[in-house]
Ligand binder design. Sequence first.
Ligand SMILES: NC(=O)C1=CN([C@@H]2O[C@H](COP(=O)(O)OP(=O)(O)OC[C@H]3O[C@@H](n4cnc5c(N)ncnc54)[C@H](O)[C@@H]3O)[C@@H](O)[C@H]2O)C=CC1
Length: 393
Amino acid sequence: MLSAEHRAIVRSTVPLLEQGGEALTTHFYRILLDEHPEVRPYFNQANQATGEQPRALANGVLMYARHIDRLEALGDLVGAIISKHVSLRIRREHYPLVGASLLRAIREVLGADIATDAVLEAWGVAYQQLADILGDAEEVIYDRVASSPGGWRDGRAFVVAHKVQESEEITSFHFVPADGGTVIVHEPGQYIGLRLQVGDQDARRNYSLSAASDERGYRISVKRVPGGLVSNYLHDRVSVGDSVELFPPSGHFVLEHNDRALVLISGGVGITPTLAMLQAALATERPIHFIHSARHGGVHAFRDVIDGLAAKHPRLRRYYCYETPRTGDAEPDATGFLDKDLLAAWLPASDAMDAYYLGPKPFMKAVRRALRDLGVPDARAKFEFFGPASSLD
Ligand SMILES: NC(=O)C1=CN([C@@H]2O[C@H](COP(=O)(O)OP(=O)(O)OC[C@H]3O[C@@H](n4cnc5c(N)ncnc54)[C@H](O)[C@@H]3O)[C@@H](O)[C@H]2O)C=CC1
């Protein structure tokens, strides 16, 4: 049971975590992955290398410690973590491994003078509280999804029904269940967990679903990431008829249904969830502004699809921005980086819209700043970003 004294100790470690949180979590991940190789499939090694994963965890730990007296203030962060865990099928038995590694890392990085037995005890109890909150919420979702029409628990075998090259670097995969059954209807914006055996490695990844659900299957659209284990394997080795294992859809970056104009702003492969959102919104009467940035025409996926929809639905306006167009590219609406001036010209009135945006981090930073400058309230500008939102400021 987390006592007032435990809470006080945890709170007092916040400044230390703020200074050294990343060093701590980098060390923590090293301990966890070295001593428990069985959890490696849950972590994308590319995100480890860039420091994204340790950073995201540092943020989570810090926010938790800061709000230990008022956990409800964590709001969206807890939902995002739970969604991520659910999509990778994190189980209760994983939490003690993480907890033990975290405590050891605290002791080794901070040293015994700071990380006293009392500090470690307080963090041990606090971590257990967090593990219980997350573990309980995750079990509820696993049960609910398993008992929904088309739902399932754990992994389910799917077969690749179509594989479609969408650009020089993005390829779509349509999966249908190997058992011939239906699938749970996902919300536009959600992602799915995929489990693959790549050589002797068991790998798990999330991919945004790039089409609205039709109960028969799912589509993801994957960018080939240089050096990426799973994306290259999918592009080069996975073909029609092959099997993959999927975990049920999850994620809370989802389209909110209302009458306001819908603004979808994406950069690169960040286009994927906006495609599912667009499809869903086209079934309503909402005006839609679809804004997409690509480096050039060769890597611009789904242009034909969007152009076709815009020709059919006059309330869909589409705008494309190419950073550096190549000779022979179809004409974009603007060149260079998407910025405030372009958005000002392309957006509807700021008080009558909901914006959703995602793409690479510098793009998201630029869009966030521009939307704020244009008077779009943060509550009307939603984004998906697996790291501290403050790092977008
Ligand atoms: N569900 C999710 O959260 C998803 C997230 N993503 C993220 O989206 C990102 C997409 O990356 P890529 O396709 O590699 O992008 P990319 O490198 O091809 O760039 C996409 C666009 O962003 C623009 N851009 C870059 N820096 C900019 C800046 N400072 N200001 C304005 N525009 C800028 C580029 O000009 C380009 O037009 C990935 O980092 C991925 O993590 C992608 C899919 C789903």
